[in-house]
Design a protein around this ligand. Sequence first.
Ligand SMILES: [Zn+2]
Length: 245
Amino acid sequence: MVNPTMASLIELQRVDDEIFQVKRQRDEIEANLGRLGALLSRMEGSLADKREKLAEASRFHSDKRFDHEQNQERIASSKTRILNVSRGKDYAAMQKELEHMRKRQQEDEAQLAELSTSIESYRSAIADEESKLAEIKSEVAREQEASVVRVREFEGLIGRVSTRRAELEGKLPREMSARYNRILERRDGTAVVLAAKGRCTGCNMAAPPQIWVKIQLGREIFQCSSCQRFLYYNVEEAAALAAQA
Ligand SMILES: [Zn+2]
């Protein structure tokens, strides 16, 4: 006959294991959502940068085109003026100036064409990225919806298991549940462990032979002298553990 307090401690540990598992799953879902959200905002940030650069390039292009058009007008008026100048020093100078302006115009035209091409390709790259982002966004929205449902289920489950935990705790002497909770906190959520082959499976410390015998009988409560965890013995669990190893 297993000591009833020990039986409650074992049961309490099972409940805590369950709560721990469910909380971990819930935290994973929330962490995953957080990662997706961060990814989305990074993508949106980079897209905003690109849009800003595109706007800058477009402004530069239209300024440049404006200059170009003004130069064209200047060339036209120079052409008219040159007709009225008699051949000579002035004519030569004007001719030279006109030649220079024409050359610059050609260079500007080439530059404008190049700029237009890169603006176009940049624009289509941004459009591609926008449609990709929209796809990811709707995926994230679906994921979020499903996650909300699952997290709510987990919360409900945690609530039910916590009620069961409170009941179990209520069955234990106050000092015993306080001790259990202290060990649980100090030992990463495991306060009750199986003892197998004379050893604590929590920290592998060997129990003195006469204690090991008593642990197997299960009539009293024992704690590991090293990690303080409560020790119990169970034939099936010990056999399963031996089979694993
Ligand atoms: Zn131990």
